[in-house]
Design a protein around this ligand. Structure first.
Ligand code: ADP
Ligand code: MG
Length: 693
């Protein structure tokens, strides 16, 4: 349960005075919905109002502080002309200019003959000085009302800096003092402020450096977030490990029989991954290993070797796939190999008929089924194994860690192998997988034809459609991917539906449509029709991204490619070039795109290496963007900037390990504070892995 001290932070922002539903809607666009989100909404810059000048030597185009005596009000003759208030300071004169100024208000604000402190941006209008709409006008004895340094927040249309500053101040006032969760030695070494003081320093800066990522206050907040992330990962891992492991070793008989009927040898990287996996399985500890390999690198065979080894050792193995299509495809691919090895394999998905499911469950519990491949259906409570030894999870980023644990929980000492084609740059692996062991398959199987990749302007759409027509006429098949429209949910579906209509007008019923709003059965039907060649052109949103295999598909068209992450484009491109025919990928870009966008797409044209592409994407866009795109399913950080705070990440990992090594259940003196940290960053699920206390 979330500690009571945090309740005010997790209240809606409408709980703050001055924020009603109208503002809340605007704030929501900035992903600010609760009070805590305001605290995390850090200033991106600041305005320095400290410099005071005499009018004789005031610089133009700069925010300054002036001490002025009010001389005269020039009330405009008509409403369109500006209202001017003339002032002087003994060295020169300046006009304060107001559009739509109300006379009674301005006369009260700036009474003739009185002195006022004014802050704003000075402009030179011909020879004359003026300041339009001063930010601050206060009496001489109210100098403290003008902030020396004023934070500048990221804004959205309709939301002014003033409103956001007020809201941030209100949120800050609600922020409790929390117990220190950091190691005092680290805090001392880095000269970091306490949590609340750090928030103050960032939201109410007293020095210009407070916007720099390496400022102690910013670094501390970033470290808090990173530590929460690493501690949560370490807890989950600890729970996975705590399940006692057991050594699973095979005699290689089944593996040899299955590999014997493959028309190829394993690549060096595949063999290396297999060796690491078998060594893990043979050890007494429970395995928790990630196999990271580009699309088409051949992860499935590696998983098969692991699963057959588990069977040789007298246990069962299960493979979890994110979609029905993938589960069935895996099962179909593995079935002949399993058969050659004399091993029984079954498929279980949400759509397995009742009677079949009942028989399957009985068989599984009795140990008659050795290998089970399926979707989420496999994790359900009712599914019991006789003795599950190995759990394989494909495309792991589609599943939460807890689904992963749920599968591993179905046996007494289950080894876990997760496989992903998301080529996360080395520097970021840590943030996503914590300290899971990693095997990388970088080498591609021999004989792959690289996909001929071209970047084409959307202005040449007609030519592209002609090319697609030629490919179809030659018996080839084509994917046509429409982008996700970030701002407006559902628009992507409209875009895909519109494109489908256009293409169907030309190519008739040979064109299929696949998008996320179709029902499960409709999706499968669309996919199946494309797989068996009934449809030749499949218009789709990114739902086809994950692992689907149609060897006859040779052309991939991606509309508005500039809107995708490179890793995702690479994944999509991996859908073609699977058979022995030459394949093409056409990246359609908007007519006008930025230099960066051009450079990014060019990376894809030049390279076929998912890891290199991911590194380049990181370099060109920055970690925030790479991790931030919602398609990746990777965690996002709000305070930490992985480029600026990379060093802190490694430190946080080490500290998280140390914390659990000393106090595995978080029961010791620092534990209450650390639990608060986990709740503060919404790692509630990780806290639940702990025994109560
Ligand atoms: P992914 O890593 O994307 O899951 P798959 O396991 O689906 O890749 O493998 C892609 C294709 O490559 C499959 O058709 C598979 O049979 C083939 N393949 C796997 N390993 C090799 C190899 N060593 N040599 C040749 N082809 C291979
Ligand atoms: Mg795969």
């Amino acid at each position: 349960m979330r500690p009571q001290s945090l309740f005010p932070l997790f209240a809606e922002i409408t709980s703050l005075s001055g924020i009603g539903p109208r503002l809340a809607k605007l704030f929501a666009r900035l992903e600010v919905e609760r009070v805590v989100d305001l605290l995390w909404h850090l200033p991106s810059g600041l305005v320095d109002r400290r410099a005071a000048f005499a009018l004789a030597d005031v610089p133009a185009d700069r925010v300054v502080r002036l001490t002025l005596r009010v001389v005269d009000h020039q009330v405009p003759a008509n409403r369109r002309a500006p209202y001017r208030v003339l002032c002087e300071d003994g060295t020169g004169r300046i006009a304060l200019v107001f559009f739509n100024g109300r006379e009674d208000y301005l006369r009260r604000l700036l009474p003739v003959g009185h002195t006022r402190l004014v802050s704003g941006r000075v402009e030179l209008f011909g020879e004359r000085l003026q300041m339009a709409h001063p930010d601050y006008v206060v009496a001489e004895d109210e100098a403290h009302l003008i902030p020396a340094l004023e934070p500048v927040y990221p804004l959205t249309e309709g939301l002014s800096g003033k409103v956001v500053r007020k809201a941030a101040a209100a949120a800050l006032a609600k922020a409790p003092d929390l117990p220190e969760w950091l190691d005092p030695a680290l805090v001392a070494e880095r000269h970091w402020p306490a949590w609340h003081a750090a928030l103050d320093a960032v939201h109410r800066p007293s020095e210009a450096q407070a916007v720099e990522p390496d400022h102690p206050a910013r670094a501390r907040l970033a470290y808090d977030e990173l530590l929460a992330n690493q501690l949560a990962l370490a807890l989950v891992r600890q729970r996975a490990r705590r399940r006692k492991g057991r050594a699973l070793t095979g005699d290689g008989r089944l593996v040899a029989a299955a590999l014997g009927c493959l028309p190829f040898d394993l690549t060096g990287d595949q063999r290396a991954a297999v060796d690491q996996i078998l060594a893990d399985m043979g050890a007494d500890d429970a395995m928790l290993r990630l196999v990271q390999g580009d699309v088409g690198s051949g992860k499935t065979v590696v998983a098969l070797v692991a699963m057959l080894t588990a069977v040789e050792a007298g246990t069962q193995a299960a493979m979890l796939a994110p979609t029905e299509i993938l589960a069935r495809q895996h099962a179909a691919g593995l079935a002949p190999l399993a058969q050659a090895a004399g091993v029984r394999l079954a498929v279980l998905t949400g759509r397995t008929p009742k009677g079949e499911r009942a028989r399957l469950l009985a068989d599984l519990a009795a140990g008659g089924i050795h290998l089970l491949v399926g979707t989420h259906a496999v994790i359900e409570e009712a599914i019991q194994f006789k003795d599950l030894g190995l759990a394989v999870i494909d495309e792991q980023h589609r599943f939460g860690v807890f689904q992963r644990l749920a599968l591993s929980g179905k046996g007494r000492a289950v080894d876990t192998l997760v496989m992903t084609a998301t080529p996360i740059p080395r520097t970021l692996t840590l943030t996503v997988y914590g300290d899971m062991e990693v095997s990388r398959i970088q080498e591609k199987p021999p004989g792959r034809q690289p996909v001929d990749t071209r970047v084409v302007s959307l202005a040449r759409l007609d030519a592209v459609v002609d090319a697609v027509g030629r490919a179809i006429a030659q018996g080839e098949q084509v994917y046509w991917v429409c982008p996700l429209v970030e701002e407006a949910e559902g628009l992507d579906v409209t875009a895909a539906a519109d494109r489908h209509r256009d293409l169907a007008a030309r190519f008739g019923d040979r064109v299929g449509l696949l998008h996320g709003q179709l029902k499960g059965a409709e999706k499968e039907a669309a996919m199946a029709a494309f797989a068996d060649g009934t449809t030749r052109l499949l218009v789709a949103t990114t739902v086809i991204e994950v692992g689907v295999d149609v060897p006859n598909a040779t052309v991939m068209v991606i509309e508005h490619a500039e809107r995708f992450g490179l890793a995702q484009l690479h994944q999509l491109r991996g859908r073609v070039g699977r058979g022995d025919k030459a394949s093409r990928c056409l990246l359609l870009r908007a007519e006008r795109v930025s230099e960066t966008a051009r450079a990014r797409l060019d990376v894809l044209r030049r390279s076929d290496d998912g890891f290199l592409i991911a590194e380049e994407d990181l370099r060109l866009r920055g970690a925030g963007e790479v991790l931030g795109t919602r398609q990746t399913g990777l965690p996002q950080f709000r305070l930490a900037d992985l480029e600026a705070h990379g060093e802190l990440m490694a430190r946080a990992r080490d500290e998280a390990r140390l914390i659990l090594a000393r106090d595995a259940e978080l029961q010791g003196p620092r534990s209450a504070a650390l639990r608060t940290l986990l709740y503060l960053f919404e790692r509630d699920a990780a806290v639940r892995t702990l025994r109560s206390g």
